[in-house]
Design a protein around this ligand. Structure first.
Ligand SMILES: [Zn+2]
Length: 682
């Protein structure tokens, strides 16, 4: 993925309206920002000394982080424009209740119910009470599995002990099986529980204090809440210690452990899988991928070692954490205060309209996306994006054929993978059918729950059925893109194919640098440290000769070493073993975009504009997708959790490896944006 936006439902909400001045009005048309914006540059800076500053200095100066955001960048700014446009659509569908079709009724009434803050306030925590009662009513640990099945269906929340869903079998990508995965934590990563530095310790203390305050809001007495929060921390710490690190999780072999029902039961005998599977409607299931067996062994220990009362406390916390954004102001604020303010340094809550638009997008994304596409994504735009994608793919095939470090046998397999690769552009061919989701005006919490139940059942219903290759993991308005290793497809939602990223009014050079770079990035993911382990059919299989695999690792380690030298914030350096897939994709993507542009340029030459040569415009166009401002608190979270390097290095870290850049800006050897030792994988 190019960037990560907080799209998860559990992360979607914060609290009451903080007026963000001129952006707090709905839009009926999308605003235009040019693809290469000279005003966003800092032409006083030297391109050969700090190219990121040269290309983005103006943007950085003119775009301070809004008070309701953890960071601010070109992607997020465009995402906010999209949100305001979606707000306009939803506002109209919420008001005009006549003449709507069945799908428009759902998104209109969902939005209306979400925006009805006084109705939400009146209900307080009452909507959560039936869940808390279900947990309280357990008389023995033996009942936990059946209760957890119901909670997972209703919330889809892997924070409740573990995650359970569907996925493609790593050894046979045509089959969909059940995945039982590690989860159970309230902090953003297992590292927060195990690291011993002062900041990690301080964050743990603040977390425990937050958990205690949440128990107070549930009505627990002051003498109990501290002990309850300590119980949560004890259980989560044990689960965290048994969880793989993010770097370990980059290796798909470490996440693939096929088990049948007997083996699963033997791993966690204290958990009644029969009751759980019956509860989620899959009583006959026998094929599982247990992604982290050590984690489930720890679940077994916790179920044995912790008392029923303490396990209830743990579940109550996670229910409150997950539901807080959908409840009254006190819970919304407490949730915001820890997860956004303390963790990421965000001063203010997002206004309610933003939270509600994000929720419609998260829960009924293709219904809203259909409206977006109809208004903002033309067939001509789709055709242009497809044409560029094919050019980039052609460049990748030529690159593979010409590689000196890869032998003919591995090349044959790599080209086979290129042959089966599928492009998905804009939106799905077949829209998701939401007819089973009941949406009621005036029942916000109920809508959230029913939409989640629909999604849980939709996901589980895929198990043991024919694979749907047309499915998307992102909604059409999303400003992002992704590669899926098992479907072997690259996906570009309509939201990412708009100005200032793809600008039909611009010359080719910046468009190839920017959107061409994105397409090349996603394509290169098929051949990064992770993607290269899957074959043309999407199966986890080693198709590399030993010598070629070794050559790949050497090339990749050049990039790992390069990025390990970059500082994120304070004295924290990039964990370049975590970011290597993205760093490889960035560099490969820009090299492919350059090659595709050369072919295009031969037919339709570009001219100099704004005092920049076509070659300079290619690189400035590339860099201007990345311009960003970030908060130190947020940078610290990302240093642990984000597989992407900070924007500055996603620009400067690439150009030092490209002789085309040094030529375009006439950079002399020895200047900071040149390198004696150039890295290149693809
Ligand atoms: Zn990526």
């Amino acid at each position: 993925m190019r960037t990560l936006l907080p799209l998860l439902v559990t992360a979607a909400l914060a609290a009451p309206a903080a007026l963000a001045a001129d952006t707090d009005t709905p839009l009926t048309t999308l605003p235009y920002t040019p693809g290469l914006d000279v005003a966003a540059m800092d032409r006083g800076a030297d391109a050969c000394t700090d190219f990121y500053q040269y290309a983005c200095g103006g943007w950085i100066k003119e775009n301070p982080i809004p008070p309701d955001q953890s960071q601010w960048d070109v992607y997020r700014k465009l995402a906010q424009d999209n949100q305001r446009f979606l707000w306009g659509i939803l506002d109209q569908l919420a008001r005009a209740t006549k003449g709507r079709d069945a799908t428009q009724q759902k998104i209109g009434d969902y939005f209306a119910a979400c925006m009805d803050e006084s109705a939400v306030e009146k209900r307080g925590i009452e909507p959560l009470q039936p869940y808390l009662d279900r947990v309280d009513a357990m008389k023995s640990k033996g009942e936990l599995a059946a209760v957890l099945a119901q909670l997972h269906l209703a919330t889809g929340d892997a924070g409740l002990l573990f995650g359970f869903g569907s996925g493609q079998d790593f050894s046979d990508a045509t089959r969909v099986i059940a995945f039982a995965s590690a989860g159970g934590l309230g902090l953003p990563d297992r590292d927060y529980y195990v690291k011993d530095d002062a900041r990690s310790k301080e964050m743990r203390e603040k977390y425990v204090a937050h958990v205690a305050r949440m128990f107070t809001l549930l009505g627990d007495t002051a003498d109990r809440v501290r002990a309850e929060a300590d119980t949560v921390m004890r259980i989560e710490t044990a689960l965290a210690r048994a969880s793989l690190t993010r770097v370990e999780r980059r290796d798909p072999y470490k996440l693939f452990h096929k088990m049948d029902r007997k083996q699963l039961a033997a791993l966690t005998p204290a958990f009644d899988w029969n009751a759980y599977l019956k509860g989620v409607g899959l009583a006959k299931l026998n094929d599982f991928n247990v992604t982290q067996p050590e984690f489930f062994a720890e679940v077994q220990k916790e179920l044995e070692g912790e008392s029923l009362a303490d396990l209830k406390t743990y579940l109550r916390w996670h229910l409150a954490r997950g539901a807080a954004p959908f409840l009254s102001e006190a819970l919304v604020n407490e949730n915001f205060d820890f997860y956004s303010h303390t963790l990421r340094g965000v001063p203010q809550l997002r206004p309610r309209w933003k939270r509600c638009v994000a929720l419609v997008d998260g829960q009924l994304g293709e219904a809203l996306g259909k409206e977006f596409v109809r208004r903002a994504f033309s067939p001509q735009l789709k055709a242009k994006a497809l044409r560029m994608t094919r050019q980039i793919e052609h460049a990748m095939r030529e690159d593979i054929e010409s590689l000196a470090w890869m032998g003919p046998e591995t090349k044959r397999q790599a080209l086979a993978k290129m042959h089966t690769l599928v492009n998905k552009i804009g939106y799905p061919d077949k829209w998701r059918d939401y007819s089973k989701v009941v949406v009621k005006r005036g029942d916000f919490f109920g809508n959230v729950e029913r939409a989640q139940r629909f999604e849980s059942r939709r996901d589980l219903a895929k198990i043991a059925r024919p694979l749907d290759r047309g499915e998307w993991q992102m909604s059409p308005p999303t400003v992002n893109a992704y590669y899926d290793a098992q479907l072997n497809d690259i996906n570009f939602p309509a939201g990412v194919l708009q100005p200032p990223l793809y600008d039909p009014k611009m010359d080719d050079a910046p468009n190839y640098g920017n959107t061409g770079g994105t397409i090349g990035h996603e394509l290169t993911h098929g051949f990064d440290d992770e993607g290269r382990k899957f074959d043309a059919k999407g199966n986890l299989r080693d198709w590399w000769t030993e010598a070629d695999a070794k050559a790949f690792d050497e090339k990749a380690s050049c990039i790992v070493d390069q990025y390990a030298g970059y500082v994120i914030v304070d004295d924290i350096r990039i964990n370049s073993k975590l970011t290597q897939g993205e760093d490889i994709a960035d560099l490969g993507g820009l090299i492919l975009a350059w090659a595709a542009w050369q072919a295009e340029k031969a037919a339709t030459p570009d001219k100099a504009r704004d005092g920049l040569s076509p070659e300079q415009r290619f690189f400035v166009g590339y860099a201007q997708w990345a311009c960003e401002n970030d908060r130190p608190e947020n940078q610290r979270v990302k240093a642990v959790t984000d597989p992407h390097s900070p924007a500055r290095y996603r620009v400067n870290g690439l150009v030092v490896n490209m002789p085309q850049f040094a030529a375009a800006f006439a950079c002399k050897a020895g200047t900071p944006m040149t390198s004696e030792k150039r890295c290149r994988v693809w």
